[in-house]
Design a protein around this ligand. Structure first.
Ligand code: ADP
Length: 362
């Protein structure tokens, strides 16, 4: 016969990645009951509520993790988990049931193009390109959103100086049912949403694969994007199984790959291209953006120093028959813009025109 203490022990193994504590330690599990009228040993139903104190992007993934752990421990028993948000304590949001991952199908249908921005490895400037390209598209008159799904190092809050933003929750009726949506922040003409708004920067974000997928899904479908021409999704760097699962969950229209001309980054680009061309994924690649293409010192404006090799992106684009959307040189202003929250594409100059050109080619 299953005891409540056995169930709690199993749930004690389900860890919330942000707080690094179990759902039991965090007191997220409430009204736990076990009922067995079947007469069969260890069958019956385990029921409880998972109560979050805000619209937690991890909620659905944690629910799934609980379900999985209980199914493994008690294969004959059924589980019924209700996810609730009780924000009275924390933020004063309304109580209500958290929408499932597909609650926002209707919202997502208002988006014309959903484009993943990917890179084979970290540090090539993927987020910098995504943020500046979003601004360039907005400057060209399009309605643009950017979802920063880089669970390993969300950079949109810092790059747009919106670190203090606490995403509010809005209720909306979908098919006669009230659903809760996260409201994105609007700045520089773009709607921004980041996994970073839900976790403090000093917290090490150790997300397990399925949790990262759940968060991405929720931040895509359950955000009030409104009508958009473009939603860019800044993916975590890399090309593993987790990425394949992620991109399968989102109705992408296409992808952009960011690289530096360096050989090793290029080897990773191949993996990136193959990931999107995988038969289970099949997402068109709109092109490659080569970042850090050359360096021009202020005092020698006509000189170009190809620190990471020359035209690597062009060769790769030719080899894989995808367009080279543009090249961005190494410029102090690009780095400074990222650090002080005012992206370089906002101000007139070479960087702005280069990002406008990429937007046009896209
Ligand atoms: P990724 O998202 O690929 O990890 P980031 O966009 O965070 O990379 O960029 C890594 C670092 O390089 C940041 O400090 C950023 O400001 C800097 N950087 C990116 N592109 C450029 C560039 N073209 N010129 C100067 N610095 C750049």
């Amino acid at each position: 016969m299953i005891q409540l203490s056995d169930i709690e022990k199993v749930l004690g193994s389900v860890i919330h990645p942000e707080y690094e504590k179990s759902v039991i330690e965090l007191s997220l599990v409430q009204n736990l009951t076990y009922q067995n009228d079947s007469g069969e040993d260890n069958a019956g139903t385990i029921k409880f509520r998972l109560v979050f104190h805000r619209n937690d992007p991890m909620a659905n993934s944690i629910k799934e993790a609980c379900q999985k752990a209980l199914n493994e421990a008690f294969p004959k028993a059924k589980t019924s988990i209700l996810v609730l948000i009780d924000t009275n304590k924390a933020t004063g949001h309304n109580k209500g049931e958290l929408g499932r991952g597909d609650a926002g199908k209707e919202e997502i249908e208002k988006i014309q193009n959903i484009i993943a921005v990917a890179s084979g490895k970290g540090g090539v400037g993927k987020s910098t390109v995504a943020v500046n390209l979003a601004i360039a598209l907005a400057q060209s008159g399009y309605k643009v959103g950017l979802l920063d799904a880089d669970v390993y190092g969300p950079s949109v809050p810092k790059m747009t100086a919106t670190e203090d933003y606490l995403p509010p929750i809005a209720e909306k009726e979908v098919n006669g049912e009230k659903k809760q949506f996260i409201v994105p922040i609007e700045k520089y003409g773009v709607k921004w949403m980041s996994i970073g708004y839900f976790a403090k920067p000093e917290q090490a974000l150790i997300w397990r694969g399925p949790m990262a997928c759940g968060a991405l899904k929720q931040l895509t479908f359950e955000v009030l994007w409104g009508e958009l021409d473009y939603l860019l999704i800044d993916l975590p760097p890399g090309t593993g199984d987790i990425h394949i699962t992620m991109i399968q969950e989102i109705p992408l229209t296409g992808a952009i790959i960011v690289t530096t001309p360096q050989q090793i980054a290029l080897a990773d680009v191949e993996k990136g291209i193959n990931m999107f061309r995988n038969k289970d994924v099949h997402t068109p690649i709109y092109g490659i953006v080569e970042n850090m293409s050359w360096f021009t010192p202020k005092e020698l404006p006509n000189n170009k120093y190809y620190l990471f090799g020359k035209n690597g992106g062009e060769k790769m684009a030719e080899k894989y028959n995808v367009p080279l959307l543009g090249q961005i040189p190494i410029v102090m202003g690009v780095m400074e813009g990222g650090d002080n929250g005012r992206p370089a594409a906002l101000d007139e100059g070479e960087i702005q025109s280069r990002f406008r050109e990429i937007a046009e080619n896209l």
